[in-house]
Design a protein around this ligand. Sequence first.
Ligand code: ASP
Length: 330
Amino acid sequence: MNGRRKILVLFCGGTIVMEEKSDGSLAVPDSEESAIKILREVEPRLSAVADYDIEFIANIDSTNIAPADWDRILLCLKENYRRYDGFVIIHGTDTMAYTAAALSVSIKGLGKPIVLTGSQIPAIKIESDARRNLVNAFRVATMPYSGVFIVFDRRIISGSRATKASESSLDAFRSVNGDEAGEITVDIRMKSWVKTRKPEPHDIEIASGFEADIFIHTLSPGCDPGDLEFLLNRGNIKGIIIRAYGTGNIPYGFENFFRKARSRNLPVIITSQCLYGKTLMNMYEVGRRALAMGVIEGGAQSLEILCAKLMWALRHAPGEIEKIVREEIQ
Ligand code: ASP
């Protein structure tokens, strides 16, 4: 490493800066200044890892995040890309995996690390996991790797594979159907397949803009396909993801819905509702018949990355949704 690394912190809020309100609920502080003050106080020695600046994006519970916030993050990354060696995004855990997926889909030419982190326990509590996650996010952001990652507890997970698996464990995230990018032990060990940092000065391309009006439907035994047909009649919904059974199996009764969706050019992606499920839709007739109706198979991908791909493709390449869904992102 030549000289000290410079990190840009993009602040989006989350539990890490939250305080207990008089009714016992957790919420972000009222002012941006107090939130950033709490963040700065998490570890006063952070600048021993790297010099850093903080950019304010939002001060929200990430439950309230919307595609417009992703666009703000993208713009901030684009405008500051050349001046920093790495980026740390402070974010609530609830939708962190969606934001990581959205960034993975919409940034091209990345040659530096973008690391998302936060905490399950507010930083102001003595037992908080904030310090550890923040310090490790900084360390990963200075390393000779490139990509979008979630750094949380002892795991480093590719942004295109992450999911929040526990609402309370400090080890909250998992990699869906794929190797983790690295592990935090006494040192930080990245896997050999992780892309390395680009040594030469370069820019990124961003393609912001995500279609928010998609609908995710989870099958349950006996559920009425007519409900989905009703939604189609509403006309607003631009794309649907069905969380089907097992390998992507769907009751025969959905064929009429698939026909209607197809006639309206409405993309329907099928994923598995199994925690670590992959679709293999040719395996059973119930899957094969749905596939023949023109649905898009989600494969081994997380719900978060399928959402992000669908939302992004609807805006940027509506004619190529299937191709974009199939494309591997590291
Ligand atoms: N509700 C919080 C959020 O996503 C949870 C967290 O940050 O851990 O902002």
